[in-house]
Design a protein around this ligand. Structure first.
Ligand code: PNS
Length: 163
């Protein structure tokens, strides 16, 4: 049984992330999405919210599970008996950081390999940060994530604005 983990911040998930998850779910017997509890970044959504958003969005994919994690991605992979870490590559600008991370992970855990899936062209520009930026200025989010996610982004930003 081949099992892969897909770690990330997912604040929140976009169509780009969901595309990677769907494609990975066809390549591996099981895909475990790991939502990082980032102590340094201040995410828009709590880790529980990010996990729930992803659980809802992947509910139809029978071989995908979603968990939160703290610490190293390689430890998350090992805890779930996964031999592969999946990452999406959008453009050459991602490459340096991703290569450094993959190489570090390989030093830390030679038994865990990183596999890159190139993002589908229509999502190559997209990131959670871009989506939140557009949302802050009232732009249309329809091309960035499914309605159940974009609605939550708008509600969250409205709540923040009320404070
Ligand atoms: O969605 P992101 O923010 O690009 O994901 C980055 C993530 C979570 C994959 C990366 O920051 C990570 O793996 N963090 C956990 C700590 C770790 O294992 N770092 C890699 C070795 S430097």
């Amino acid at each position: 049984m081949t099992r892969a983990v897909y770690p990330g911040s997912f604040d929140p998930a976009t169509y780009g992330h969901l595309d990677v998850i769907k494609r990975a779910s066809k390549l591996f017997d099981q895909v475990i999405v790991g939502v990082l509890l980032n102590s340094t970044k201040s995410p828009l959504f709590s880790v529980e919210e990010r996990v729930n958003i992803l659980k809802d969005a992947t509910a139809l994919l029978g071989n995908v599970a979603v968990y939160s994690f703290e610490g190293l991605s390689v430890n998350f992979a090992r805890e779930h008996h996964a031999s592969v870490i999946i990452r999406g590559l959008r453009a050459v600008t991602d490459f340096e950081y991703e290569l450094q991370m993959a190489q570090t992970n390989r030093v830390l855990a030679p038994d865990v390999d990183t596999m890159f899936l190139t993002t589908s062209l229509e999502y190559a520009y997209l990131s959670s940060t871009i989506m939140k930026e557009v949302a802050r200025f009232g732009g249309d989010l329809g091309r960035f994530a499914p309605p159940q996610i974009t609605r939550r982004v708008i509600e969250k930003l409205q709540k923040q604005g009320d404070k």
